[in-house]
Design a protein around this ligand. Structure first.
Ligand SMILES: [Zn+2]
Length: 175
């Protein structure tokens, strides 16, 4: 490592120790030319992850962008920011764990939606409509219809349960 004071090409390591909770190594160095000391940090470089957008352009994955979309979808819904941050982190982990150097923006959207649906349906629909705005308006309509149908089924089931004690092997309501 080049000395920052005199520009000498080499330096001697006096001491190495873990820093930043083990995510880096701190090295104390001494320049053999001018004798001054300085510190360097060694970190693992996060492998590059590129997002392929719909128009084919690529840009580095940015978790803050995912979070931004979630915050926008939240609106005034009572969802703590930490929940959204954890969701964005989980999506990043999943994408990185795939080991692929590239991921499509629509795949990221799907991963976000899968999770957001379980958190808050209104925010989910808002996110889905924003995300798919240019892609497929029909799918949002279907999504909403599916949600409604599911709610109705659940509602029906709740009403039925006290009235109809279910016999074994029956009771799925299908004819
Ligand atoms: Zn020096």
């Amino acid at each position: 490592m080049r000395c920052p004071y005199c520009g000498h090409q080499d330096s001697r390591v006096l001491d190495s120790r873990p820093a930043e909770e083990g995510s880096s190594i701190r090295r104390r160095r001494e320049c053999p030319s001018c004798g001054r000391r300085f510190t360097t940090y060694e970190r693992v470089e996060a492998p590059a992850l590129l997002v392929v957008k719909r128009d084919g352009r690529r840009e580095p994955f940015d978790r803050a962008k995912v979070l931004g979309g979630l915050v926008k979808a939240r609106g005034k819904r009572p969802i703590p920011t930490e929940v959204l941050e954890a969701l964005a982190a989980e999506v990043e982990r999943e994408v990185r764990n795939s080991g692929e150097p590239e991921v499509s923006s629509s795949r990221i959207g799907e991963l976000v939606m899968e999770r957001l649906r379980a958190v808050d349906e209104v925010a989910f629909v808002r996110f889905a409509s924003e995300y798919r705005r240019f892609q497929d308006v029909e799918s949002i309509v279907e999504e909403v219809a599916r949600l409604r149908a599911r709610k109705e089924r659940e509602e029906q089931l709740r009403r039925q349960v006290p009235l109809l004690p279910l016999a074994e092997g029956q009771g799925n309501g299908k004819h």
